[in-house]
Ligand binder design. Structure first.
Ligand SMILES: [Zn+2]
Length: 70
């Protein structure tokens, strides 16, 4: 297991949500690292890497999974 900076909040412990309609932003606790700013991960674990990718790039992930055969 390796400790690394949380890729979602970049070590801040919170993430910023932006409302595209009102242009307002709000901070909320980072679920990925439980507001710790760091996460423990197994470097060679492909499932963990995929989970990180799906959280970091949700739009990319949706496009990718939509292309998978049923
Ligand atoms: Zn985080």
């Amino acid at each position: 297991m390796t400790k690394k900076i949380c890729p979602i909040c970049h070590g801040n412990g919170y993430v910023t949500d932006a409302d595209p309609e009102s242009q307002q932003t709000a901070h909320r606790d980072c679920d990925t690292c439980d507001s710790q700013g760091e996460i423990y991960t197994a470097v060679s674990d492909p499932d963990t890497l995929l989970q990180d990718m799906s959280k970091s790039f949700p739009q990319f992930w949706r496009n990718f999974t939509n292309q998978l055969p049923n």
